[in-house]
Design a protein around this ligand. Sequence first.
Ligand SMILES: Cc1ncc(COP(=O)(O)O)c(C=O)c1O
Length: 384
Amino acid sequence: MTALARSGSAARFEVARTEGCRVFAADGRSAIDFQSGWCVGNLGWSRPEIERALRDFDGPTYVYPGHGYAPWEELARALVGIAPPGLQRCFRATGGSEAVEIALQAAMLHTGRARFVTVEDCYHGDTLGPRSIGDGETRNLFPRLGLPAPRAIRPPLDEARLAQVETALKRRDVAAMILEPVICNLGALVPEPAFMRGSEDLCRRYGTLLILDEVATGFGRTGRMFAAEHSGVRPDILTLAKAVTAGFAPMGATLMRAAVADSMLKAGAYSTYGWHPRSTAAALANLAWWRDNKETLLAHVAEMGGLFAKRLAALGLGPVQGAGLALGVRAGSGSQAERIKARCLEEGLIVAAEGDVVTLFPPLVIDEATALEGLDILERCAAG
Ligand SMILES: Cc1ncc(COP(=O)(O)O)c(C=O)c1O
């Protein structure tokens, strides 16, 4: 019996330390991390520049949300400055689910509508709002969730699917369409740019907002700073979390157009620990690192992404999908994907599995030698 409530099997890997692209266990084992804590440690673990910023931090213990704090404004400006154009305001949150909650509420308040359009089997967080619009299997476990059931678009997300999007929107009762611009939660599924752009046009036509959830894809994961850049769509609302602090502290952020933010503010927006001063310092240090290294790192992601994709295709499993260093390979079945994941951990490699897809989110800074060492382990584990 453990006191800690958790789903899934008991952890077989008791983490003691993290460093660069590796995680070290209390029993002396170590593993190459091709999961990055699920899109959190994009710069590798223990990034020295961010560690230093936190060691040197001498700001307040805490700031009450009703007070001013100059680094909040600095961070909000910095995020708005690098995000897709048109997003002018930024709300504070403690993580991804809260960031999505804010997004859903803002869309409802702005449009006066309660329904959402999603991608089938999507995941946007564990709180009631995201669960209400999330995958049907989880939704149906609950007697009744708050929001009306979403209208879900089934992949493939190509130009032909736009007819289904239009059908879902044309009753003009949809507050927002929400999706990940590269769907990490469906094994790094990439919607076609024509689908993204067509959906944006349809949202505008029917008075529906477009929410891009970049909680997982943000900060370089797919080879661009934000995955929205692959298609050039301009969301009304964008959610961020995970890699915003490179893993050093919890944080979420919801960026939106000024008019949508004004609608949200009517209901108020309070978050006791949203943007704690130490989280804010970590995020600012992360953004400073990106400012100095963006071009070099994204070129590296392109190079490593090519190497990973080639090796995944040669595994003899199913088709490979993804962008940058968000990559998935179909393993034939969910149990086969889980088997490969478990075997990899035994052999010293951490990978993820989403449905029947083995998913890889390696640190963006991974060097070629470590990448090849991990890919060799994956090859052995996929074979038998
Ligand atoms: C796309 C997406 N949105 C939202 C969330 C929820 O984030 P958090 O776990 O920080 O609440 C996740 C978490 O995995 C996610 O992948």
